[in-house]
Write a protein that binds this ligand. Structure first.
Ligand SMILES: CCCCCCCCCCCCCCCC(=O)SCCNC(=O)CCNC(=O)[C@H](O)C(C)(C)COP(=O)(O)OP(=O)(O)OC[C@H]1O[C@@H](n2cnc3c(N)ncnc32)[C@H](O)[C@@H]1OP(=O)(O)O
Length: 206
């Protein structure tokens, strides 16, 4: 085995450990949102978490894990707030490119509650923003969100398997539009969005 592959394996192993820590943190956040234990347990948990927090903060990066080429040649962004395995804030969403668009299965959690018993509208908008952006990127016109219009048709439940999909619709110069939705498995649409994505002049030297 070459020295380079040994180093790569070591970094991949550290990243796997980081993703496992992020997953444990998601479960911790769920537990904090739902726990009904008494004050003694809350105080003990607070002390334990303070120690963990200090240990992790002993060596900090300036930014989350960046966009990079994974060892399998695919583009990955472990620090992303929606898809990043190393980001506790991310669900994380696993997005497939297929049928001329993108698709992801989503199960929101009680942690995402906005109105009682339903998912916060900003969380749905964030998921759709990302899906639309990914559809645009898959169509070859990656850009930043310029506008996002969201129509909330039905409350979005948590704890229920849902499907999020998006498709590229059209391009005019640096502007590309996409549309998408979050639906029940039977296809009933709960939230719909259209978005305009703009390839920044800086990305293409325009
Ligand atoms: C390493 C990277 C790999 C990437 C490949 C992988 C991708 C993997 C998928 C990821 C998916 C992520 C999906 C989440 C995406 C976000 O969350 S992005 C974050 C939210 N959005 C932002 O922060 C954008 C902030 N705004 C900006 O940076 C800049 O204003 C923009 C939008 C890039 C435009 O800047 P600009 O390139 O200087 O454009 P500018 O010349 O001013 O305007 C060009 C045209 O667009 C129009 N326009 C500009 N802004 C707007 C606007 N907001 N609304 C409507 N029209 C507008 C102008 O009027 C102009 O129109 P025309 O006169 O040509 O008709």
């Amino acid at each position: 085995m070459s020295r380079m592959s040994v180093e790569l394996g070591t970094e991949e192993s550290r990243l796997a450990a980081l993703c496992a820590l992020a997953q444990q943190t998601r479960e911790l956040m769920d537990a904090v949102a739902l726990t009904d234990v008494g004050e003694d347990d809350l105080t003990a948990a607070h002390a334990a978490l303070t120690a963990v927090n200090e240990r992790l903060r002993s060596v900090l990066r300036q930014t989350p894990q960046p966009f990079e080429i994974a060892p399998d040649g695919t583009l990955r962004h472990l620090g992303n707030a929606v898809t990043g395995g190393a980001n506790p804030h991310a669900l994380p969403l696993l997005i497939e490119v297929r049928d001329g668009g993108v698709r992801a299965e989503v199960v929101f959690r009680p942690l995402h509650e906005g109105p009682p018993g339903a998912v916060h509208g900003g969380i749905s908008a964030m998921i759709l923003d990302h899906l639309l952006g990914q559809a645009v990127a898959a169509a070859g016109s990656a850009g930043m969100t310029g506008t996002l219009t969201v129509r909330y048709r039905r409350p979005v439940p948590y704890g229920t398997p849902l499907v999020a999909t998006a498709e590229y619709t059209r391009t005019e110069g640096r502007k590309t539009w996409a549309e998408g939705r979050i639906s029940l498995p039977d296809g009933e649409s709960l939230v719909e969005a259209t978005g305009l994505f703009i390839t920044p002049s800086a990305w293409i030297g325009a």
